[in-house]
Ligand binder design. Structure first.
Ligand SMILES: Cc1ncc(COP(=O)(O)O)c(C=O)c1O
Length: 410
């Protein structure tokens, strides 16, 4: 984690400003040690269960990060064929990959079957097509919608009745009819209620729904409780107590499978929990712009690199790495994009001077993976700190990347 030691901000003992000098800004830096710690804490929390962690790749898909996560004994959850290909390239075996697409053409499901990955279906018509094509020859999991509203923001709440995700639990009769009609082999049940859920009770409520439904499916191998584990964005934030969750959900799960008659695997799919706090976006202050009403700091990044503050009203802590002892003043930190791209309003920062490096914290999850080339600006460099060393894991885009694939017609 980034710490202030002897007047300098460091990650694994490396001076953050030195990393910026070497690789330039804007720059994503990931602390692999923090990812390992998060994985370990989940393993400890669920030590009494047959836990399988399927990292939600969409949070951060850099191949070196995927490899690091695989080395820690995790599987992976993917939502597109390209994410599945990245997972294979990072060394995951097909049976370690869970493919949970949303509203895709059936051909994508067929391609997933050909890859040999686990298939998670969330639509009745797709289940029907799957049954017709594969009968009982290829198993699948069913993603259910429990009609529970939970999560930090409506846009990241996926388990409520108006969400496009999952097959409604009120459509169980239709599911069972299709499964029986084609003799489909259902190997798992899945619910992902949303992101940033701090209450253990939400998971317990979800588990009761799943356990009730599971009794109708005798050949299950696993139940997948999705994710949504909340990490701290501010020092006083409520977070998911994974130890409490592991204890209570683990016990409920064991009680369930004793009556089910067979031991099952307990799957989870953390994204943010593994990589959010491990990532930092380092940016340079281009301008300090006091106006009669606001003291702006304009940096060399924007919503093209980190869209969460603008899209989800997410709070990302900002620190002036270059001036740790400067007098605190209030600033509004904005990007260089021709849109309103405010990273943080009315933030107390140590005095910011033009050229200072600022860090945006919690940038590991849904940071680079949601980055774009909007305004024809280039996506940043990515660096991973592993074993006390900085490794370049993705080069900054170049102008050539912007024009690649374009066919110029005069
Ligand atoms: C199916 C599924 N699983 C897991 C996740 C990861 O959620 P989080 O990043 O909150 O852990 C998501 C996030 O969108 C998801 O859609």
């Amino acid at each position: 984690m980034m710490e202030l030691t002897n007047g300098t901000y460091q990650i694994q003992g490396l001076n953050v400003l030195d990393i910026c000098s070497e690789y330039g800004t804007p720059l994503y830096v990931y602390d692999a040690e923090k990812i390992t710690k998060q994985i370990q804490s989940l393993k400890n929390a669920f030590s009494d269960s047959d836990l399988k962690i399927k990292y939600a790749a969409k949070a951060l898909t850099n191949l070196s990060i995927l490899k690091h996560i695989r080395q820690q004994g995790c599987g992976i959850d993917v939502v597109s064929l390209n994410e599945a290909k990245l997972a294979l390239r990072a060394g995951f075996k097909p049976n370690e990959i869970m493919f949970t697409p949303s509203c895709v053409d059936f051909e994508e499901i067929v391609a997933g079957v050909e890859m040999g990955v686990h298939i998670n279906l969330d639509n009745l018509s797709v289940l029907e097509k799957f049954g017709k094509k594969y009968k009982g020859d290829y198993s699948c999991c069913i993603r259910l919608n429990p009609h529970i509203l939970a999560g930090g923001n409506y846009k990241i709440s996926t388990g409520h009745g108006n969400s496009k995700f999952g097959i409604s639990v009120f459509q169980m009769p239709e599911i069972i009819e299709i499964v029986n009609k084609y003799n489909i082999n259902i190997n798992g049940l899945h619910i992902h209620t949303g992101s940033e859920i701090s209450e253990t009770d939400v998971y317990l409520k979800m588990s009761e729904i799943l356990f009730g439904i599971a009794r109708d499916f005798p050949s299950l191998k696993f139940i997948d409780f999705g994710s949504g584990f909340k990490v701290a964005y501010k020092s006083d934030d409520m977070v998911t107590n994974v130890y409490d969750l592991g204890l209570k959900l683990g016990k409920a799960f064991r009680d369930f499978y004793e009556s089910y008659g067979r031991k099952l695997e307990l799957w989870i799919e953390p994204g943010k929990y593994l990589v959010s706090e491990a990532g930092y976006l380092l940016v340079k202050t281009n301008v300090v712009k006091p106006t009669p009403s606001v003291n702006f700091v304009g940096v060399n990044s924007g919503l093209n690199h980190l869209i969460r503050p603008m899209m989800y009203d997410a709070y990302h802590e900002i620190i002036n790495v270059s001036n740790p002892t400067g007098t605190q003043k209030v600033y509004t930190v904005v990007g260089n994009i021709c849109e309103t791209d405010t990273f943080g309003s009315d933030r107390k920062l140590n005095e910011v001077r033009e050229g200072d490096v600022l860090v945006l914290k919690n940038a590991g999850a849904y940071g680079y993976s949601m980055a774009s080339t909007f305004n024809s600006r280039l996506r940043p460099t990515e660096v991973m700190i592993k074993d006390g060393k900085a490794h370049l894991i993705r080069q900054r885009d170049t102008f050539e990347d912007l024009v690649r694939g374009q066919i110029e017609v005069d």
